[in-house]
Design a protein around this ligand. Structure first.
Ligand code: KG4
Ligand code: ZN
Length: 362
């Protein structure tokens, strides 16, 4: 049996999990800092790393206890080395290095984006952690769309750990656009779930927003969309007789508390969400048509979006997979799963492993 402890601290979740044989999830502990960062409308890096320092030991201990494992049972410790916030990554990485050194356990540095992809190999969404007997691992080659708070990448995955970049965002990540537009509309952080909730009551055709489909065939751009929503909000506020600074007002300046009061938030949220999803699905369909992918994987926090899940299923010519919702946003089960596949492929890191805040997958 191969037992891997995964550790994740790249952003604002402190997480640890134990996976056996790349099939059974023995524990999955996530300490979220969302409440802490909500009042700032985004992640406050200094506070995030301090919070990781407080949470990391209890979170790892709980993951080991829930799994019923001793240190001697572990075959490797897999830890996120990047990309992410340097101060946050350092906490998990140093904890992993200390444990590896103290207990003589192999260490494996994991790319955060690769771990999001491997969330699709987690064969369970029930509390027991037992693999679903009918689970079939994703067949290769496949087209993979990574949509998170920091990344929007279309990748061809030919083999395990063999990736070709097809395209990526030329400006904001999809999740970042959700977060910024949510702030503009006066909705809570994180923006994705707030926009999804608000959009449920709205009309996605209320406003015709740009899709930026004319960037590269597999590239994305969300900054024009974000600015279009800002201009629309300014127009709506002006039409209500409010004093609104002219084109000089930036998104950050407009994102004041209560900015959304009295605006048609549901229609704005629904129209924005429809535009993001349309761009993501259109480019993914194009990528599938031009490469012989047998399946599509969607990964990262935005993969939790219900409209994205529905539209991908409706418009793609091949089957599409998403991780169970709880494994879409940051967690350590996906790190342990990626760690298992890297372990089997022979990857080991030494104790000189350092954080890599700008690490790329391809
Ligand atoms: O993968 P993740 O947890 O962290 C990063 O690696 O960035 O992704 C977080 C992002 C945030 O931008 C959040 O707003 C977005 O995922 N997100 C969603 C949803 N849930 C989380 N975006 C759209 N719809 C959702 N339901
Ligand atoms: Zn992430």
């Amino acid at each position: 049996m191969i037992t891997i402890l995964g550790i994740e601290t790249s952003c604002d979740e402190t997480a640890a999990a134990v996976v056996e044989d790349g099939r059974t999830l023995r524990s999955n502990v996530v300490a979220s800092q969302i409440e802490l960062h909500r009042r700032y409308g985004g992640v406050f890096p200094e506070m995030a790393s301090r919070q990781h320092v407080l949470a990391i030991t209890p979170v790892i201990r709980e993951a080991m206890e829930q799994a019923g494992k001793a240190w001697s049972d572990l075959d490797a410790i897999a830890v996120t080395e990047g990309p992410g916030l340097a101060g946050s990554l350092l906490v998990g990485l140093n904890a992993a290095k200390g444990l590896a050194l103290a207990h003589g356990i192999p260490l494996i540095g994991v790319n955060h984006l690769e771990s999001h992809i491997y969330a699709n190999w987690l064969p369970t969404d029930d509390a027991s952690g037992q693999a679903d007997a009918a689970f079939v691992p994703p067949p290769l080659p496949l087209v993979c769309l990574i949509v998170s708070g920091g990344h929007t990448d279309l990748i061809l995955m030919r083999e395990h750990h063999d990736y070709v970049l097809l395209g990526r965002t030329i400006d904001d990540a999809a999740g970042e656009a959700f977060d910024k537009v949510a702030r503009l509309l006066g909705l809570d952080y994180p923006g994705g779930p707030s926009i999804q909730r608000a959009a449920a009551e709205g009309d996605p055709t209320a406003y015709d927003l740009p899709r930026a489909l004319d960037v590269g065939p597999y590239d994305f751009s969300f900054s024009g969309l974000k600015t279009a929503v800002l201009r629309l909000v300014q127009e709506l506020r002006r039409a209500r007789g409010e004093e609104v600074a002219d084109r000089g007002e930036t998104l950050a300046e407009a994102s004041l508390e209560g900015a959304g009061d009295g605006l048609p938030i549901a229609d704005l949220a629904a129209s924005f969400q429809a535009a993001v999803v349309d761009a993501l699905v259109t480019k993914t369909v194009q990528a599938v048509e031009h490469h012989d992918a047998v399946q599509v994987l969607v990964a990262g926090g935005v993969a939790a979006n219900a409209l994205l899940r529905a539209e991908m299923r409706r418009r793609l010519p091949v089957p599409v997979r998403f991780p169970p919702i709880r494994f879409c946003t940051d967690n350590a089960a996906m790190v342990a799963m990626a760690g298992y596949h890297l372990y089997v492929a022979g990857k080991r890191s030494d104790l000189s492993l350092d954080v890599a805040p700008s690490l790329r997958l391809v």
